[in-house]
Design a protein around this ligand. Structure first.
Ligand code: NAG
Ligand code: NAG
Ligand code: NAG
Ligand code: NAG
Ligand code: NAG
Ligand code: NAG
Ligand code: NAG
Ligand code: NAG
Length: 308
């Protein structure tokens, strides 16, 4: 047993590994989108008739692994897994130039796998001329978070308040950050709920309990690690010139459309209230008349029937 020899062998393996390992691409796709799994061979001219192209799930343990097969220039569905039926397409314009990329339609969580593209050429004998691995990762953007609060906690001593923050329709699970914007320190949430939905997305709900201070500036941020997306909503307590800090003010990023909608809604509500008020006044007038006559007839009846 010579330790030196052993070490040398390890070193050799280490050097060889990058040569043996397949090139592996990571593709990020949004739920419901079409994903292109790329597999491009840059070699000499190809004749489709001599080629077999297999797209398969890289994991060998799989019961059914054929995603797409192209045999002698024709799609062959005989071994394709049911899960991929009618959901795969090759790019016909590119095949002869060595572009064997696969279009996978309407991707869902169950497509989050590692795929392998194997290209075989049959001349005198059959050999593998190209292989590629593609890791498909799914993602969906979270909705603009909605920050509410502060709500004063009645059951606590002191000036403790609660903020809550919610968002949804995202994938994968998010990271939630509560930030004290005064010094950019992170605050610990008192509650964090991540709820999975049937469509595979998550919604998130978090609350933060803090001691109320003057000039509070709190931000809730929802991070989608895969999309490298941080969506945030913030709360800013505005100090008034005379020292009272009553007015609060919430700021949402991308709030243009929200503000517009709120405007329209308040106009509609305003009109509604006006119409309601007019109706009410009108009804009240007629009701008064009605009740007046009612009372009168009752009194009349009473006068007639009561056995005084
Ligand atoms: C995916 O491809 C199909 C068929 O080519 C097309 O009808 C559909 O609009 C595409 N979907 C998206 C999200 O691009
Ligand atoms: C698909 O391939 C099988 C064998 O791999 C073959 O028997 C069958 O004829 C092929 N089908 C088509 C439509 O090419
Ligand atoms: C694929 O499409 C064909 C024709 O449009 C249809 O008959 C078949 O049921 C579809 N298969 C699946 C698994 O959706
Ligand atoms: C996409 O796939 C989902 C299930 O993963 C299905 O509910 C939906 O109808 C599909 N959409 C289209 C356009 O095929
Ligand atoms: C935020 O940071 C400021 C400055 O460090 C601090 O005075 C204040 O108490 C912090 N607010 C909360 C809610 O932790
Ligand atoms: C999102 O915000 C958090 C908290 O500020 C930060 O740690 C993280 O790096 C941000 N992520 C991205 C992708 O910007
Ligand atoms: C502070 O100013 C606001 C208007 O800016 C006023 O409504 C409020 O009564 C004032 N408070 C005190 C304590 O003066
Ligand atoms: C809150 O968000 C608004 C809108 O993006 C931004 O202009 C403002 O600077 C933010 N406030 C703080 C304290 O981060």
């Amino acid at each position: 047993m010579e330790p030196r020899g052993y070490g040398f062998l390890l070193l050799l393996l280490h050097i060889l590994r990058p040569v043996i390992a397949l090139e592996e691409t990571i593709i990020v796709s949004k739920l419901g989108d079409n994903a292109t799994l790329s597999c491009i061979y840059r070699g000499r001219e190809l004749h489709l008739k001599n080629l077999r192209v297999y797209w398969q799930i890289a994991d060998d343990q799989e019961e059914c692994s054929v995603v797409h097969a192209l045999i002698s220039g024709q799609d062959n569905e005989s071994e394709q897994c049911i899960h991929f039926k009618n959901r795969t397409q090759l790019f016909w314009d590119g095949l002869e130039n060595g572009d064997f990329s696969l279009l996978l339609l309407n991707v869902s969580q169950s497509d989050e796998r590692t795929y392998k593209c194997v290209v075989l050429q049959k001349t005198e004998y059959t050999r593998v001329i190209h292989q590629a691995k593609v890791v498909l990762t799914l993602a969906a953007s979270y909705s603009q978070p909605i920050l509410s609060g502060p709500i004063r906690n009645s059951d606590s001593t002191g000036e403790e308040v609660t903020f809550s923050c919610k968002s949804g329709n995202g994938y994968p699970e998010p990271n939630v950050y509560w930030i004290n914007k005064t010094d950019n320190s992170h605050l610990l949430p008192s509650e964090l709920k991540i709820i999975p939905h049937a469509d595979g997305t998550y919604s998130v709900f978090s609350t933060l309990k803090v001691k109320a201070t003057s000039n509070m500036q709190i931000e809730c941020s929802i991070e989608n690690k895969i999309l490298r997306e941080n969506l945030s909503a913030n709360y800013t307590q505005q100090m008034q010139s005379n020292g009272s800090s009553t007015e609060s003010h919430k700021n949402l990023e991308k709030n243009g459309r929200g503000a517009q909608a709120a405007c329209v809604i308040s106009i509609i509500i305003g009109i509604g209230l006006l119409v309601g008020l007019t109706c009410w006044l009108w009804r009240r007038r007629s009701f008064k008349l009605l009740s007046y006559t009612d009372v009168q007839t009752n009194e009349d009846k009473g006068g007639l029937n009561s056995p005084v």
